[in-house]
Write a protein that binds this ligand. Structure first.
Ligand code: ATP
Ligand code: MG
Length: 133
């Protein structure tokens, strides 16, 4: 069984969309192996998104990801990484496919409701980042 890290981002938590997003996760037959709500600290956000450190949107991204609580979860199924990315939709909600979480619940390219690991290598870093046990 493959594992991936999901984050329900601050915009979606503020809009009380967590239940709807978790329903979609269960509807696609993921198992939720771990789940918790937390408030990401600035140093954690910088570390988590360090691949984007040189991008012009990095400081805004760190501010946004620390602007309120998030829910982090470990999703488990065969092909969990790709299947979760497909269910999320494209980074920019305006370009996301109909029926995806970002299309339905994302506000803009930054406040796009959810995160998902983008490869097995990334998942193997991101899952223990929030779930060290
Ligand atoms: P994530 O890593 O959050 O799952 P992603 O893999 O689809 O998203 P990345 O390119 O890794 O997209 O970007 C990480 C996050 O940075 C995006 O989800 C979004 O919140 C923010 N972001 C990406 N591109 C932009 C941009 N051009 N302007 C503002 N914010 C952006
Ligand atoms: Mg990414």
């Amino acid at each position: 069984m493959e594992k991936t890290l999901a984050i329900i981002k601050p915009d979606a938590i503020k809009k009380k969309l967590a239940g709807k997003i978790i329903d979609r996760i269960y509807d696609k037959n993921f198992n939720i192996a771990g789940l918790k709500m937390l408030h990401i600290q600035e140093n954690q956000a910088k570390e988590f998104y360090k691949v984007h450190a040189e991008r012009p949107f990095f400081n805004d991204l760190v501010k946004y990801m620390t602007s309120g609580p998030v829910i982090v979860a470990v999703l488990e199924k065969e092909n969990a990484i790709k299947d979760w990315r497909n269910l999320m939709g494209a980074t920019n909600p305006a370009e996301a496919t109909e029926g995806t979480i970002r299309k339905d619940f994302g506000e803009n390219i930054e406040a796009n409701a959810v995160h998902g690991s983008d490869s097995p290598e990334t998942a193997s870093i991101e899952v223990p980042f929030f779930f060290p046990d």
